[in-house]
Design a binder for this molecule. Structure first.
Ligand code: BEZ
Length: 222
């Protein structure tokens, strides 16, 4: 089981800290990020959810809705949220700026291919890995990354890829290594020089290469 780039993300139903949801209705016409966690009351997860809470306004600016997933109950999620707030020096009772899905039977973790076979809980069951799924307003999966339970994610990178995904969704460019907003982009290989001249009025430059091929074309961010 698993979900792959370009797939329509399942319109699953789940209990969350903000009530029962049906995923597509919850998403509406926004972008979405579903990020999963091995379990409540675990140290790395607490740092991750705290950091996501601190970064939530940046995602909101980009019209991206956040939703977390962990295998414990809604009640556990609510109690754990107080620790998460305390970790980021916020009032424990403050509501987290995103819901947390309760996947107690691991149905979603199995369906989405999120299990980490190398890390097991006390009962010997595989833990949910640290998945990040970015879903577009068309409900299709635009990006998927999977970290093992033992490695916390870099959420600055998730913000960076959202910027790239949103730019490349509407402009015929790709973003090069370590690209950040405002830096040069690359003209897509399937764009002819004539089309490139029309599409990119600021122009583009081509890197001279030993092969003599002209595939490295840089243009200011459109
Ligand atoms: C953690 O969140 O700290 C964690 C959870 C499961 C395995 C390893 C680390």
């Amino acid at each position: 089981m698993g979900i792959y780039l370009g797939d329509t993300f399942p319109n699953f139903e789940a209990n969350t800290t903000e009530g029962k949801i049906k995923f597509h209705d919850w998403l509406g016409d926004s972008w979405g990020i579903l990020f999963s966690h091995p379990a409540d009351y675990t140290p790395v997860c607490t740092t991750e959810l705290g950091t996501m809470a601190q970064m939530a306004a940046e995602f909101e600016k980009r019209k991206v809705k956040l939703i977390a997933l962990s295998v414990d109950s809604v009640y556990d999620h609510e109690c754990w949220s107080k620790d998460i707030n305390a970790y980021i020096e916020k009032a424990p009772e403050k509501k987290l700026p995103f819901p947390i899905i309760s996947d107690e039977k691991r149905d979603l973790a199995v369906q989405f291919g999120m299990l980490d076979p190398a890390e097991r809980n006390k009962e010997g069951l595989p833990l949910t890995a640290r998945a990040v799924f970015v879903i577009g307003p068309d409900k299709k999966m635009k990006l998927s990354i999977l970290y093992p339970a033992t490695t916390g994610r870099n959420f600055d990178e998730i913000l960076r890829v959202v910027d790239s995904l949103q730019l490349t969704a509407c402009k015929k460019v790709a973003t090069p290594v370590n690209w950040k907003v405002g830096e040069d982009c690359m003209v897509l290989p399937n764009i002819s020089p004539e089309e490139a001249a029309q599409l990119f009025p600021k122009g583009y430059h081509t890197k001279d290469l030993p092969s003599g091929k002209t595939y490295m074309r840089f243009t200011p961010q459109p």
